[in-house]
Design a protein around this ligand. Structure first.
Ligand code: ADP
Ligand code: MG
Length: 374
């Protein structure tokens, strides 16, 4: 494939600022966010970069190497109009800024990313946060990193029309590869939690994207609401392990759905303790328990994902593995001994590819399998 044009080739001058932001993977805490619970994302090595130069008018002109065939796309700041395409993300960012009383001028921007798009590693938040950082630098916008995350979420909820929580933009804005971000999605309090030095992570995609994932996701949200109504609480977050007996009395499958959320919240807290204490065996055990809960109680796994987790479990250097993201396909995250994640992930992918009829890809660590651009 032809290399995509550089900034100067596109816009006839050099960029003034450059900014970037990472993708993320959620370590533990799944389907807890819309229940007011806890999540624990960490940044991955892949990043989205934005180079930008200011203009004297109100035009925003953008090029993305992921959509090189589109060439330079353009909109007028103040007259944003939905396209249903990637341009809605930067348009949404400008609308969110304006709603917050911030009015950057026109700009030319080149976007380049090695975060895989649409693979659950949050390329959308990496894009929003990188663009906001570039605009902040170019126009001296008075926004801190928390504000950047909230503006990113707002852009995606409002203009793009995707109901995402605060996790993705907050991780892109505040996490790094060595610091996970413990987020209380009810209060939006967050704390950095260092990844113990003895371990490293791998992420493997199953090669399966479920076509009806949205419908299944909405069904789970509805089941949680029903469970809350029957239990007389506002959110499942209001319940703890002491309430498991009450939860067991709910009609099937609401009992299992609520049990997943309540035990998963407890596992996130336990994972934070294990990370702080450097207890990597305990952390790995929590990964496996989380996976079993998603498989049996929440029923958002699929046999291929379970197979990946089982293959990972057979690797001596793997301490834990679980489905990460909403489920019905997607990826698994592996916790491995330091220096061993790449080899373990490759071994798991090779066995999976031989026996499942699907193609796994090692997304993290990078550089192990052919990239998506081939
Ligand atoms: P995820 O965030 O899990 O990767 P999403 O569906 O939330 O998946 O976001 C993917 C969409 O975000 C892409 O289809 C595209 O519209 C937009 N996007 C993400 N990264 C870029 C990029 N580098 N350039 C242009 N658009 C991007
Ligand atoms: Mg996204």
């Amino acid at each position: 494939m032809r290399p995509s044009p550089e900034f100067a080739e596109l816009f006839g001058r050099p960029p003034v600022v450059e900014a970037d932001a990472p993708g993320r993977v959620n370590l533990i805490g799944e389907h807890t966010d819309y229940n007011g619970g806890f999540v624990l994302p960490i940044a991955i090595p892949q990043r989205t970069r934005v180079q930008l130069a200011t203009r004297d008018d109100d035009q925003a002109r953008l090029f993305s190497s992921d959509f090189a065939a589109d060439g330079v796309r353009e909109f007028t700041i103040g007259s944003e109009a939905q396209t249903g395409e990637w341009l809605d993300y930067p348009q949404g960012v400008l609308v969110a800024l304006r709603d917050a009383g911030l009015r950057p001028g026109g700009f030319d921007a080149r976007v380049d990313s090695d975060v895989p798009l649409g693979s659950g590693l949050s390329s959308s938040a990496a894009f929003e946060v990188a663009l906001l950082r570039a605009l902040r630098a170019a126009f001296a916008l008075p926004i801190d990193d928390l504000r950047v995350a909230r503006l990113g979420q707002r852009a995606e909820n409002g203009f793009v029309g995707a109901q995402v929580g605060i996790m993705d933009p907050l991780a892109a804005s505040l996490a790094d590869e060595q610091s996970a971000l413990f987020i209380d999605t009810r209060t939006l309090d967050y704390r950095r939690v260092p990844l113990p030095r003895q371990v490293e992570l791998a992420v493997l995609s199953s090669g399966i994207a479920h076509a009806h994932a949205d419908g299944d996701y909405n069904a789970r949200r509805y089941e949680c609401e029903q469970a809350c109504a029957l239990l007389g609480v506002g959110e499942l977050r209001d319940l703890g392990l002491d309430d498991l007996a009450r939860i067991a009395a709910l009609p099937e499958p609401l009992d299992r759905r609520a049990r997943h959320v309540v035990t998963e919240n407890a596992r996130v807290l336990a994972a934070v303790d294990a990370m702080r204490g450097g207890d990597v065996d305990q952390l790995g055990k929590l990964f496996y328990e989380s996976h079993a809960s998603m498989r049996d109680d929440y029923e958002v796994s699929i046999p291929e994902i379970d197979f990946l987790v089982d293959l990972a479990r057979a690797e001596a250097d793997v301490l834990g593995a679980r489905l990460t993201g909403g489920g019905f396909g997607g990826s698994v995250v592996l916790l491995a001994r330091r220096g061993r994640a790449g080899a373990a992930a490759r071994a798991v992918a090779a066995a999976y590819n031989r026996r499942s009829g699907h193609q796994a890809a090692v997304l993290v660590p990078i550089g192990l399998s052919p990239g998506r651009r081939g």
